[in-house]
Design a protein around this ligand. Structure first.
Ligand SMILES: [Zn+2]
Length: 156
């Protein structure tokens, strides 16, 4: 799912608590940590040119190794539940927004096709659910319609 939708669902799920903004951030955290750093490095290396940054030939040499290591760790239901559970045990419900991380992973499990499906039981197992891609018109319309409907119920 796109990160605007991840943030929206995290925000809505934690609306009514003091932490919807933190939950929205935590809802995109797995993609920020798992995917973004090589793109930021490429952006500065390419002197701020977005078109050069999106060209895979201009990515830093550590792009693929970074993603190969970080994506499974940031998209593991075991790791995310472990961190969120430990945080909540240590700090109580004031840290409940950490559970927006496993929410992100749960959504990704069922919205990513074969190549990009998260190995959600990492590091114990590399099993993946081969689902559909969120990157299609029907899902995007249904998803944003659901965000608007749920948002109307929750926020109004
Ligand atoms: Zn993700």
């Amino acid at each position: 799912m796109d990160d605007v939708s991840h943030a929206a669902w995290g925000f809505l799920a934690w609306h009514g608590t003091p932490y919807p903004a933190l939950a929205a951030f935590m809802s995109v955290f797995p993609d920020i940590l798992g995917v973004l750093p090589p793109y930021i490095a490429a952006f500065f290396h390419n002197k701020g040119s977005w078109s050069a940054t999106w060209n895979k030939q201009n990515m830093p040499s550590w792009h693929h190794p970074y993603k190969t290591v970080m994506y499974p760790w940031t998209h593991s239901i075991l790791v995310s539940f472990g961190v969120a559970g430990a945080g909540t045990l240590l700090f109580g419900w004031s840290a409940s927004w950490l559970f927006a991380w496993p929410l992100h992973v749960l959504i990704d499990i069922f919205t990513h096709p074969r190549r990009k499906a998260p190995a959600f039981l990492w590091p114990l197992h590399s099993v993946r659910v081969h689902s559909f891609s969120w990157w299609n018109r029907t899902f995007m319309i249904a998803n944003y319609a659901a965000i608007i409907v749920v948002g109307a119920f929750v926020l109004v």
